[in-house]
Design a protein around this ligand. Sequence first.
Ligand SMILES: [Zn+2]
Length: 554
Amino acid sequence: MKISFLGANRLVSGSCYLIQTKYKKFLIDCGLFRGEESITRLNYLPFSFRPEEIDFVILTHAHIDHCGRIPQLFREGFNGQVYCTKSTMELCSIMLPDSGQIQETDALEENQRRLRTGETFVEPLYDIEDALDSLMLFRAVPYQYKISIDENISFRFQDAGHVLGSASVELWVKEEDKTVKWVFSGDIGRKNKPFLKNPQRIKDADYVVIESTYGGRKNRPYRQEVKKFFSIIDKTIKRGGDVVIPAFALQRTQDIIYELSHYYNVQLKQLTNKDKKLKKLKFYLDSPLAIAVTKIYRNNPQDFAQKDLRIMENKNQLLDFQSLKMTTTANASKQINRSKRSKIIISAGGMCDGGRIQYHLKEHLWKKESSIIFVGYQAEGTLGRKIVSGEKSLDILDEMVDVRAEIHHLDGFSSHADQDELIWWMKGLKNKPKKVFVVHGEKEESESLAEQFKEQLGFETHIPVIGETFLIKDKKIITQGMIKDSNKELQLNEILTDLNKIRHKFYLLLNELELSGMDNEQENLWYKIKQKVEELQKDIRRVKCLIKENELEV
Ligand SMILES: [Zn+2]
């Protein structure tokens, strides 16, 4: 068998691993590249395989950097099944069309720019319809059941405790009577976070592919961060301000709703008349995407931790409480800031680069009594990053807004295991794997985690680069190289054919010109062009040889 690392290598997005056996080709995850332009550009490169040749996809969870290219895969010919948990399937039915909408808008904006410069138009990676159609391919598979694809390949999902429905994958591949067991960690969550189950550790593996998002860091203790969160809210409300919380629609919003419901269900009953403001406090969830995702959480209590589920069920309020209003329509959203009552507004996007959150920021950033609480990572270049790094005046929805509100950044709400937790997870293995591949992390994070695996556990590690491919026989790594890129080879062949056609045309032209007579200058020019075409052809032949050299045969 061969495994190729096609994304999330020395970066945190674009998760995609291709496995090829004698009879099957399949993917673990097929995610979008996100972040800076140099990274998102990777989405526009052709896949390194032919989508129609992929037999199936095993999907770890519904974050867009793990599932976001499935509609594109489908649009380009993939017609196999996508195996995931029931919650992941339901979440994808919301997340993928939303991503399709974003792709359409992005392409529209880019084409408006190109219209002015006269460049050729771009196509969206996929549209809402592709996303909706691709959902037909999804098949829900329960946790902890071993699923056989055929007599040689089987897999099993274990709860990864990262977001609702998230899974680690145990994969068994049998070749020539030898079975190799792979473990793909997916994104691993934190221990003892509310309502999600703890990440499930896996007992044995020949090879492990593990994430390292926070591989070099230590998370701030969760309960301590929650305490800080409520102290900011209490102070803000008491001084007559409102609280705005930009939050990601999947998981972070539900974490916040859980904490708010838990706190205020108890707290509000104990308030005296002196705390009138707190008693009348209103809560808004103002994001159609986050509302839809929250409803899916409520419909899947089977994936909740039993102790927290009991608390929520006793109150008959699963991720809900009396004063929480969900505003789906644009009109209801506009009404929020007209109300004079103290309020807490949770809205998306989490990094403030789009969505209704921008309206709330415009309304509250300039008020010194209000607070903005960031509860997630803010990427370089986003509006959220500008606010947390202390910019004093910002362009929001085409207007300059002064920043006078209190700005807080609480990153302890993270859904990713930190270094200690990743080592704890790995200690679940009762055998020593032959190799541990460290992926899904910035270079330093992956290196730091790999170092600890070596030092503390004595594991052999490797941090792959994009395209790196390993051939495995008799359970051992036989050779490593770069993936044979069938799409690129196809393109190169097309270019070669075109060049040959051009050269042929030149010869015909030469004959014609020779017959009619050509002056010296024309002849010189023709000769130079002919030389260039031949040089190009040589270059392409050289690249073809390089690809051939690196080709690994199954
Ligand atoms: Zn994730």
